[in-house]
Design a protein around this ligand. Structure first.
Ligand code: 0PR
Length: 360
């Protein structure tokens, strides 16, 4: 096999990044271990406990429980599963804003729950009034997103938590991407800010760990019992994860990354990313593009289809929002030099393609 992985130098669309060198090294060392069988692989099982405790520090939760999942999708599916299994209704529903990640659609499909998508308000955050109207006695889970996939917005987490309580539903926060930047902002988003029951926070995104390292956290350890199945032929007696065999690489790299970077390294990373997002937003606005003001470091701007395609042709890995805007995620590998090069290409190519109008 001669193929080499592609370089990150022109990747502007990803929510993953190059792992921190310590995380890469740890992933390689623990590649062949299986935290799914803790009695056989106790070292990686102990590291997983360490990972959860560190994630608890990041998210304001003492004595955190949870596990390192394959990613945000698994963590979100499991949060819905906890809520469904805990309730007694035969017609469960989950309420999430339309800016929620598509993993909730998978969860609803697999688990047979109704997904109620409610509109976002002016600031692209969940509309509290719409959420209040959508919940009822069959609502088992209300979801708030802390760092939306498309625009990096943070839902009004404390208000959504209060709504969940009024209907005795669990409250889940999806901080899969935002979890490692939010501690350095003024947002209220974590376990100490609101009655959050479960949370998704992924070391393999802004945490600089290797894939696969997602995180599911629960405030009360008993919530994991809703997921547990008996494991008769293993030395451990039950398993709460969705996957069985799973790579220790993600677990070990998550610990290594957090030990290296929490909190100082992540703090510096956030400030670099934020400065880059502001610089890019200004550069695009100066050129007459309609820019969605960044909050967390994701920049969205309207460009013509022709310019978008020309940039992709030039090798830039770009993606679009559902509404069609070009979307750039200022991950740690996206440096100022990268963005300067990108804007220079954009200037060069925009002379051949109309700037703002959707001219197909
Ligand atoms: N929750 C949120 C808020 C997310 O943004 C994502 C992923 C998930 C959950 C699901 O996480 P996993 O993909 O780990 O299961 N958001 C991006 C997406 O699906 C992830 C991504 C990653 C996109 C790498 C591109 C890429 O190259 O669009």
């Amino acid at each position: 096999m001669r193929a080499e992985p592609q370089s990150f130098s022109r990747v502007l669309s990803s929510m993953c990044t190059e792992p921190h060198p310590a995380a890469r090294e740890a992933a390689e060392r623990f590649l062949a271990t299986n935290p799914g069988d803790p009695a056989t692989y106790p070292t990686i099982a102990a590291l997983e406990a360490e990972a959860i405790s560190l994630l608890g520090e990041v998210t304001g939760l003492e004595d955190a429980s949870g596990y390192v999942a394959s990613g945000g999708t698994e963590a979100n599916v499991q949060a819905v599963r906890i809520a469904r299994n805990r309730s007694e209704t035969t017609t469960p529903n989950v309420v999430v804003s339309e800016s929620g990640h598509f993993s909730f659609q998978k969860a609803a499909d697999v688990l047979g729950v109704e997904l109620r998508l409610v509109p976002v308000g002016d600031e692209r955050r969940a509309d509290v009034t719409a959420v209040r109207e959508a919940v009822d006695e069959d609502t088992v889970l209300v979801v708030g997103v802390a760092g939306t996939t498309e625009y990096g917005r943070v839902d009004p987490i404390p208000e959504l938590g209060t709504i969940a309580q009024t209907v005795d539903a669990l409250f889940h926060v999806d901080a899969a991407w935002g979890g490692f930047v939010l501690p350095f902002t003024d947002h209220e988003w974590h376990f100490a800010h609101a009655p959050v029951d479960t949370m998704t926070i992924d070391p393999h995104k802004m945490g600089q760990a290797a894939i696969p390292a997602g995180g599911l956290l629960v405030r009360e350890a008993e919530l994991l019992d809703e997921l547990a199945v008996d494991t008769p032929y293993l030395e451990s007696t039950s398993q709460a994860t969705l996957t069985g065999t799973r790579s220790g690489a993600g677990v070990a790299s998550a610990v290594a990354a957090m030990e290296e970077l929490w909190p100082g390294g992540y703090h510096a990373q956030y400030h670099r990313a934020r400065a880059n997002a502001e610089w890019l937003a200004d550069a695009l606005a100066d050129r007459g593009f309609d820019v969605v003001e960044p909050d967390l470091p994701i920049v969205a701007a309207s460009v013509s289809d022709r310019l978008f395609e020309a940039l992709r042709e030039a090798g830039w890995r770009l993606s679009r929002t559902g509404a069609g805007e070009m979307r750039i995620v200022c991950m740690p590998h996206v440096t100022r030099a990268t963005l300067e090069e990108f804007v220079a290409d954009l200037d060069r190519l925009a002379t051949h393609a109309a700037p703002v109008a959707n001219d197909g």
